[in-house]
Design a protein around this ligand. Structure first.
Ligand code: CA
Length: 376
């Protein structure tokens, strides 16, 4: 079996109702899928986190290093591409592009061996993954507190037992929003807060100290990801567990964060960290450093499927009768092509998502939908 072609597919949609995180305004949904074609007709799919057009260009420049090779040589292909691109960046688009290629290779391997990816990666510890609803962005020009509470009440109605909201819109406004959200949801629902690195360390400490009383599961990306020392400071000076890692691509970046004691929870994204191959290495890194691993997931159903297979292979650490199971990040913001691009949508049932058990990623791409959402 040989790789004969690699295509990228851009998916684009302009939003009627833009929304904001602490630093970004989402006016569109724009994602990049990777399709790897083999000479025997097997096709594998992957996805890249981050700017879709940049990812497509980087995947294109990596393509010649994979053509003609056996797609089952996943690690050697990964390593030879990375070795060629190392000098241009140990983080960022090199990792995100390589992630799409790597996931597509695992999809091919699963189809070739007629087994789901989690089986090829050593087997599943779980195939039913409890999920948390991600949302609570600020509608552009809207009222964050009210929309956040309305939205999360609706998610709990749908069956979610855990929700994550966006903060970073002002220290005192955020504290008030979190207080009111806890009052609205009651004590049984887990609440996570994500500042998308919109604070400096002083404001992050203020928020962390003020809202700890509302039982917050984790405080995500309180400060910019480059400020590793500030992450450590935050762990020492406020009591909410600190989570981050969606931009610390690859094992070397994750190791640096571990060495500096930055996080209680590492959040690698399989579509950003370097694919399933690299994500698997971070399981060991977290285990030996005794850091909890809860994957980050953001993208289309391809990213969701890849994230689910990763979730399945994360061992419960420590083993006990009452084991911690990492929750799946289930983005509930509007994206018309998220599920439309696959033939069987991946949905939650009462806040629980089942890992697809077909060969590879276990999904089938709906090609007419790819055309419908193509920007061209
Ligand atoms: Ca985040």
């Amino acid at each position: 079996m040989e790789i004969v072609d690699i295509h990228t597919h851009l998916l684009y949609h302009e939003l009627d109702k833009p929304f904001q995180s602490a630093f970004s305004t989402f006016k569109t949904r724009f994602h990049c899928l990777v399709e790897i074609v083999c000479d025997n007709g097997i096709v594998g799919w992957g996805e890249c986190l981050g700017p879709a057009d940049i990812n497509a260009a980087v995947v294109k420049s990596m393509t010649s290093l994979a053509i003609g090779r056996n797609p089952l040589d996943i690690e050697p292909i990964w390593q030879s591409i990375y070795d060629q691109f190392r000098d241009q960046g140990q983080r960022g688009p090199i990792h995100t592009a390589l992630s799409g290629i790597d996931i597509a290779l695992w999809d091919i391997a699963g189809k070739y061996h007629n087994a789901p990816i989690y089986q090829l990666m050593g087997g599943a510890y779980r195939t039913e993954i409890p999920a948390y609803a991600t949302g609570g962005f600020c509608p552009q020009g809207g009222d964050h507190q009210q929309s956040c509470i309305d939205e999360m009440m609706a998610r709990v109605e749908e069956g979610f037992k855990a929700v994550k909201i966006k903060i970073g819109f002002g220290v005192y406004k955020d504290i008030e929003t979190i207080k009111e959200l806890r009052a609205a949801l009651g004590t049984d629902i887990e609440i996570m807060i994500d500042a998308n690195h919109g604070y400096d360390v002083i404001d992050a400490i203020k928020v962390g100290r003020a809202v700890a009383q509302f039982n917050i599961e984790w405080f995500e990306e309180p400060v910019i990801p480059e400020a590793l020392k500030s992450y450590k400071t935050l762990r020492q000076r406020q009591s909410i567990p600190i989570a981050a890692g969606e931009t610390w691509h690859g094992r070397f970046a994750a190791q640096e964060a571990m060495e500096q004691g930055c996080v209680d929870i590492l959040q690698p994204d399989v579509c950003g960290v370097g694919g399933l191959s690299e994500a698997r290495k971070l399981i060991t890194l977290c285990e030996v450093n005794h850091v909890r691993l809860v994957p980050h997931v953001w993208g289309t159903a391809v990213a969701l499927a890849a994230g689910l297979h990763f979730h399945a292979i994360i061992p419960p650490t420590p083993g006990s009768h009452n084991q911690y199971s990492p929750k799946l990040e289930f983005d509930r913001t509007y994206n018309p092509f998220r599920q439309a691009i696959i033939t069987q949508p991946i949905e939650h049932n009462n806040g629980v998502v089942t890992v697809p058990n077909g060969p590879g990623l276990g999904i089938e791409i709906n090609r007419s939908s790819l055309k419908e959402f193509s920007p061209n």
